[in-house]
Design a binder for this molecule. Structure first.
Ligand code: NI
Length: 181
């Protein structure tokens, strides 16, 4: 396995619609999944989409850390999930705002508005189809990663144009900035 180089905002692969994966069990895809898991572990994020490692393919991985999980059945802690050819087949009318970051946009964080609940359909690393409802942080990380496969980054979904800043400034001034939004 190898740690892969991350793409940064401005690389065209992050702006492109990624291609479906025909065979999840293809050794090339299995190798990519293993390398993405190692890359995410090394980078310390919660999710990674294939375009973030220069591959325009419909694949992402994510986890839900214990401290971010809401504890409901649709928002439980998950060590790691592989999602191939994802489709978000339902979105709630209810929206939720929360802070997000992205390994391809280092140093920045923004408050992003997304549907509070979704239903994800996709394939796992064996190619088996699954349908998975998600709320809270779980719904947020899935939507963030699925957006990468359509060439969209979280900056396009800010709750307010001012809801963006450097990590250290936002962590220092969060209550004051949230009051202004
Ligand atoms: Ni991202």
């Amino acid at each position: 396995m190898s740690i892969l180089k991350l793409t940064k905002l401005g690389h065209p692969v992050l702006a492109r619609r990624a291609a479906p994966i025909a065979d999840a069990t293809d050794p090339v895809i299995q190798r990519l999944i293993a390398d993405m898991i190692e890359t995410l572990d090394d980078a310390g994020g919660v999710g990674l989409a294939a375009p973030q490692v220069h591959q325009a393919l419909r694949l992402f991985i994510y986890r839900v850390p214990e401290h971010r999980a809401g504890g409901t059945p649709e928002d439980q802690a998950r060590s790691l999930s592989v999602v191939i050819n994802p489709e978000i087949i339902e979105t709630s009318a209810e929206m939720a705002d929360d802070w997000e970051g992205c390994l391809s946009i280092p140093g920045l964080t923004g408050k992003v508005r997304r549907p509070a609940r979704i239903v994800l359909r996709g394939q796992d690393e064996t190619g088996a189809y699954f349908t998975r409802p998600a709320t809270g942080f779980h719904a947020r990380v899935i939507q963030h990663e699925a957006d990468h496969l359509d060439g969209i980054v979280y900056l396009a979904r800010l709750a307010d144009p001012r809801a963006l800043g450097f990590n250290e400034e936002i962590s220092r001034h969060r209550p004051a900035i949230e009051e202004l939004l």
